[in-house]
Design a protein around this ligand. Structure first.
Ligand code: FES
Length: 148
């Protein structure tokens, strides 16, 4: 959430921060986003704070509102890979650009060990790119997700 907060801090526009976690204690930076004038929509899997369920649920609800179509939405996401994959699918469905900060394990952090690679589309094929040096943020349309 720290990276998302820094992004919000530098944004000239106010947005909506969808913040998710398993429990209430996992919801971070809620007050900080609100202090920037952002709307905050928490979701917890156990229902202890905000909407009960996955964080993608309130995002979908927002995007399905009629007024959402007239907005120039853009999604930024960081967190666990299954959530990023879900956000990528939502971005495709609503034809919204999305930037995903890929949550891969990193051993060296300098581009040597290749533990952090993700598949990135390059025309008709794909190649591995290192999240530590080429990322960690990738355009969701470029990510070639491995079969779940
Ligand atoms: S962490 Fe070692 S190559 Fe990326």
């Amino acid at each position: 959430m720290a990276a998302m907060y820094l992004l919000a801090q530098r944004s000239p526009l106010k947005g909506i921060a969808f913040v998710g976690g398993r429990r209430r204690v996992d919801i971070l930076c809620e007050k900080e986003f609100a202090a920037l004038g952002w709307e905050v929509r928490p979701a917890t899997e156990d229902g202890s704070h905000g909407e009960k369920g996955l964080v993608t649920q309130p995002l979908l609800e927002e995007l399905r509102k009629p007024q959402a179509a007239s907005r120039h939405c853009r999604l930024y996401a960081c967190g666990p890979t299954p959530m990023l994959r879900a956000v990528g699918r939502i971005a495709d469905e609503f034809k919204i650009p999305a930037e995903l900060s890929m949550d891969e394990h990193m051993c060296c952090g300098v581009g040597v060990c290749l533990t952090c690679v993700v598949r990135v589309k390059t025309g008709e094929t794909w190649e591995y790119q290192r999240t530590c040096t080429e990322g960690p943020v990738f355009d969701s349309r470029k990510v070639e997700w491995e079969e779940a």
